[in-house]
Write a protein that binds this ligand. Sequence first.
Ligand SMILES: *Cc1c(COP(=O)(O)O)cnc(C)c1O
Length: 426
Amino acid sequence: MRQETKCIEAGYTPKNGESRMIPIVQSTTFKYDTSADMAKLFELEAEGYFYTRLQNPTNDYVAAKIAALEGGTAAMMTSSGQAASFFSVFNIATQGDHVVASASIYGGTFNLFNVTMRRMGIDFTFVDPDCSDEELEAAFKPNTKAVFGETIANPSLKVFDIERFAKKAHEHGVPLIVDNTFATPINCRPFEWGADIVIHSTTKYMDGHDATVGGVIVDSGKFDWMAHAEKFPGLCTPDESYHGITYAEKFGKEKAYITKATAQLMRDLGSIPSPMNCYMLNLGLESLAVRVARHCENAQKVAEFLQANENVNYVTYPGLKGNKYYDLAQKYLPNGSCGVISFGVKGGRAAAEEFMKNLKLAIIATHVADAHTCVLHPASSTHAQLTDEELVECGVKPDMIRLSVGIENVDDIMEDIAQALSKASK
Ligand SMILES: *Cc1c(COP(=O)(O)O)cnc(C)c1O
């Protein structure tokens, strides 16, 4: 099946007389005829369901669809993108371990790593994704357990050189984890470039309708844990909290990582999505290919329109010729990057504020990547307490607008921006 078909068909095939849509199994628990039947599930000797904190059929149908879209062997749904980021790393790194991460990642992920996971005793080295090979090499330590990056960084829109980072990670015997939220598997499949684990905030394009917060972790099934057994004792030695199972032995390369994440992390930390939310996410996934293509088509037109507008200082969009990441985008994202653009309004902070006030269609929101066009002016909202000098220091220009282009008619989007820009320049 091709991607457009997988969006509709993958993950769930109804048998004769069964519901065409995935059933919503809104049940915490599952009934068995004998204790012996249930014991097999507890021992991971049989596949099945006993308690929704560990697994639920509705969630698993959606996980299977996303695994198919990414070309992976197994996947686990989480209650948010944050939970997916956390579990993806914590599944293989613990107290005393170290992770190399791109410095250009979502702010929430940066805080999770740099503050919360440091408190748990996990060390991080952040590298500029455009750093030299020497700088990248120098970031690794004997206790490094993973490398982490974002296909298209939110909000800097830097394109991550997946192949280069995967090669370096593998030289050091560790997997590359890629947050593929902005690109989606429609525009980029990181496994084809050597990534080992992919995560998503499904809250963005996958849901696509502002309806549900969620996340997912997908395993490529290619990383050979046993070949680096000394680095990954959690996967390669018996889990005493799980009847002495050795995940990498019992479940192989294809299933070990996700089985451990489910049986151990989900069991203990419990960040499952509700089956109802997974059902709604599945509705979004059915139209993902169509929507993402439209987001990219609209964003390309809007970016070109902004570039030609006299009231705009600069435009950042990887699909624009002349953008620093244009060549990387052509390599990894030949069919389009995403719907998010950033640009500067001539006249600085005050003019940007005026621009925001005059928008009629585009809504002001911190959210990105869904059907509605939305805008954020960090200097007058999320970063309003900072002076112009402080803003520049943290990489946010006072005149900078982040625009998430929706799937409305693009002429309506451009007309709205044009009228607000002309008022801002007065
Ligand atoms: C939003 C986002 C997250 C966090 O996801 P939530 O679903 O909000 O928890 C992680 N990574 C990226 C790239 C995001 O845009």
